[in-house]
Write a protein that binds this ligand. Sequence first.
Ligand SMILES: [Zn+2]
Length: 549
Amino acid sequence: MRDHLARSTRRTAPRAVAAGTGGLLLAALLPVTAAQATSSGGCEHRNNNSYDKLLQCVTVEGVREHQEALQKIADNSTDPVHPGTRAAGTDGYAASVDYVAGLLRDAGYEVSLDPVQVEFSFPPVLTQLTPTAADYETGVFSGSGSARVEGTVVPVDINLEGDRASTSGCETEDFTGLNLSGPADIALIQRGTCTFGLKARNAQDAGAEAVVVFNQGNPSTDPADDREGLFIGDATSLDLEGTQPSDLTVPVVGASFADGVQLAAEGSTAVVEVRIEQRTDHSVIAELPGKNRDNVVMAGAHLDSVIEGPGINDDGSGSAALLETALMMANTKPENTLRFAWWAGEELGLIGSTDYVAGLSKAEADRIALYMNYDMVGSPNYIFMVYDADQSTFEAPVAIPKGSAAIENVYERYYTLTGEPYDDTAFDGRSDYQAFILAGIPSGGLFTGAEEVKTDQQAAIWGGTAGEQFDPCYHLACDTAENVDLHALEVNSDLIAFAMLTFAYSTEPVNGIEGTEVPGKAVDLPAPAGPQGTFPATDGGAAGVRPSA
Ligand SMILES: [Zn+2]
C-alpha cells in the first residue's frame, strides 16, 4: 500500500530545531534554516550529503509514519492463521515488503527482492482421546516433521516420582520392549539430560510416528529455567553443539509436565498434528551505487514479526528508521556504495540474512566493508546499547571480525556527543548480524532491549521503570505502534543516519580503504565516555533462544 499522499505532503518541510540533547546537536550543526531547506526542494529531492542536512530530514515523525503504516498493514492482514501480524509467510509480511520496496523504488533505488524459503506453521494440535478427553496447549519444536497422527501414546523411560531425574529417550535401549510397530504410535518422552533432537530421532528410529516431549517436572532453582510449564524446544540437532542434524520426519510437539502426566495414563490415546507449509517470502535489498563500487556499506533490519503480534518495535522500529534514512539519502552521491536490507524470516531463525550471506561469492563478500544491524531501537522502557565488538563487557561466543570495534566507536562517540549514556550488549547471535560476523565481515549495531528486566541502577541512568522489561510487549500482541519511546527512537534514528553517512564517505577506520570527508560542516566526535557498566561482565552466551535440552 504505497500512499503517495504521505510522500508528497510530509517530506517537504525539514524539521525545526527540537528541544533536548538531539536538538542541541542539531542547533550546533544547523547552519541552514528551515526556510532555506524548503527552498532547496525539500528533503526527499535534495542531496542530503552533509550531517546537518541529513539529520534535518531524518525525523522521528517520518520514522513514526512508517511504523504506523506497518501497523496498518498488520491491522489489515487477513491471514486466516496469524491475522493482525506481519509474520513470515503471511499476507501481512508480503504487504510490508510491497510498502518498503515501493517507497525505495520511487526514490530511485535499485531494489531486488531475495526469495527466502520459510516454514509456515499452522497451529499444532495435541488432543488426548482416552482415558480422558482433553485439548492441551502445545507448540512445534524446531526441526519437527509435518503430519497428523492419531494413535497410542507410549511412554518412554519416564520418571514421575521424586527428583524426576530423566534420561528418557537418550539411549536406544530405552525403546527395547516397547511396541512401536503400529502405524500411529506416539512416543511420550520426558525432558532431561540429552538433546530433544536425539530423543526424537531415537523414537523415530524405534518406529514412532510422532513424539511428545513434556517438561521434566524437577524443581529448578533458576527462575529462568521453568521445568514445569509448557516449553518449546529446538530439536534440530543430536548434539548440544549443533553439529549433527537430527533429520526428523516425525512431528515433535511440547507439553507441560502436568499434561505429560495425563498423557502417560494407562490406555492413553491421542492426536498429534503439525502442519508446516513451505512458503516463499522476500528480503528487500536496495542499493545506491557510490564512486567506489567495491566498497559496500551495508545496514539491515528485519521486516517480519512474530506470530503473536504486529512487531512494531520488534522490528518495525529498526525497519522504519532504516527506511527513512535510505529515503533521505536517495539523492546523495556517496564515495562508497550503500546497501540497505530488510530481512525476511528473522524470527524463524535469521533465515533471510543467513541465506543472503550464504549466497554471496567470496568476491562479493569481500566487497562488503561492514554491516550494521538495527533490531529494536525504540523500546518503551529503553536503555541505549551498542554491540560490544571490543568485548569490554561481554566475551563474544564467536570471533568478532577485525574492524568491528571501529563501528562501535562511532556509535559510542555519537552518544557521548549528544549526552546520551550507553552500555554494551553482547554479540550473542540473536539477530541478523550473525551470518555477517561468521563470514568475517566487520559488524555492529544498536539495541534498546527486549525481555531483560531493567535494574534500579539502569532506571536511575535512563529513566523508565525498574523491575520491568525493557520492552514489556516483546513478542506479544501489544507490540503495536503505541509500544515505543519517542526519545529513544529519535536519538537512534539520528544515529542510524549519522553512521550511514559517516561510512558512506569513509570506511578507513574499519577496513583501511581510504575515503573522503563528509561534505559540509564537520562534526568533532569526542572520545567515547565509556559504557555505563550496568551489566555484569560475562561470556556473551546466547540468552532467550529455544532450549535444545
Ligand atoms: Zn527482532
